[in-house]
Design a protein around this ligand. Sequence first.
Ligand SMILES: Cc1cc2nc3c(=O)[nH]c(=O)nc-3n(C[C@H](O)[C@H](O)[C@H](O)COP(=O)(O)OP(=O)(O)OC[C@H]3O[C@@H](n4cnc5c(N)ncnc54)[C@H](O)[C@@H]3O)c2cc1C
Length: 462
Amino acid sequence: MPTTLTASGLAGFRDRFSGQLIGPDDPDYDRARIVWNAMADRRPAVVARCEGVDDVVAAVRFAREQDLVVAVRGGGHSVAGFSTCDAGIVIDLSRMRGVSVDPGGRIARVDGGAHLSQLDQSAQAHGLVCPVGVVGHTGVAGLTLGGGMGRLQRKFGLTIDNLLSVDLVTADGSQMRAGADENPDLFWGIRGAGANFGVVTSFEFRLHALDPTITVGWIALPIERSREVAAFVREFSAGASDDVRLAISFGIATDPPFSAEHVGKHVVFVGATHTGSAEDAARDLRPLREEMNPLVDTIAPQSYLAVQGQQDESMAWGKRFYMKSGFVDELGGDCIEACAALASDVPAGGECSITFWEQGGAFGRVPEDAMAFTGRAAHWWVGFEAMWEGHPLDESHKAWARNAIASVKPFTSMGQYVNDAVESDVGSVRAIYGDAKYERLVELKRSYDPDNVFRLNQNIRP
Ligand SMILES: Cc1cc2nc3c(=O)[nH]c(=O)nc-3n(C[C@H](O)[C@H](O)[C@H](O)COP(=O)(O)OP(=O)(O)OC[C@H]3O[C@@H](n4cnc5c(N)ncnc54)[C@H](O)[C@@H]3O)c2cc1C
């Protein structure tokens, strides 16, 4: 594999490519090659910033001619660092960020390089929404192709549950559409294993009405009450409507909003999102807010768009990141106590977090075999995330996350969210989907990408 492309190798490509080609000698190279996770520090032979579909076709064909490793970059947030590579080509869609909304038909068309914030803002301009993730600078593409979890998932399902069709450029450089009525077999695989089959240049999503103000916040309790919190939440969520979505996390009380006597102590947070009216939210969340007697309660009406941007800064580009995750059928007392212990014993120097997100509702009602995504039966997802700066902290933070997932292994169920998986081998990819879905995906891969051109992903080997 060449580490740099020769001028003659690039010349023919340049004639067919209207975007920007950036190589190691280019002043923009170091900016162009980086991705969100600073752990993925790679040196591609060329970054091809595409202006449109024709450029994507040209880039795929050029990669095939030159036998180059192909990385596809939407928003660049792959936690495993899949959207860059050494010595190959990065097909970079960062100039393809258009979003158009048809308010009457309640449909959004989104280009392959758009960010979640662009989809959120364009849809909310018409009082509409597509359920997506919780950090605005994440790419729509990678998020959707793996599933798309977020704060609206109990009300409107995953992002893929609202995906109507995709346009993609396949491994031989041809263009295709996949949707319920066109190439439905491929559409099944796209929704959960989508990075394996081509470069998606455009997505079509169903939108829903959502008021610009929703009710969001959290209550906090001493961490010693974690087991009691789990018992309360189990009962509360069993009777809750799809408007309500809970999350549980752990942290250290800071001033404000905690009073001086609690500052510095470990706490458990129960986060709540309510998508109904303020009156419905007040009624539905009252037991949670009143019966638990929390130390702090921040639950209040807030702008949906503001909430969606709240983590943009804390999750900004440039840090090192590692995570482990799993699905948990039910929030048992032993499981939450194990997590409380892990949250109280984190390595120095970085930031470690443990978060449970509630599933069920519209998310849980989609049949498990409807698409490649696996994990709908579980009531909770749990993620152990570590973020830090500098190589010397790598091992301690990775070890914390590995130890954490091992500690909750007895409580986890089948599958793993593909977008969280950092390591990748045949066994671990099979475990993401389960045997039956994995075999079906292998068949699809043999039809649509038999040479495994698109292999920088949780790879289905043909
Ligand atoms: C800060 C942060 C917050 C996150 N929050 C959430 C969340 O709330 N909910 C959630 O579900 N997930 C979340 N994730 C995980 C996220 O869904 C994945 O990291 C996702 O892959 C990011 O998509 P991207 O386009 O930014 O990534 P990229 O790194 O560009 O791509 C990720 C993968 O998708 C492939 N790919 C990208 N674009 C295309 C395309 N157009 N066609 C074909 N393949 C493509 C790449 O080859 C790569 O394998 C978060 C991740 C981060 C880093």
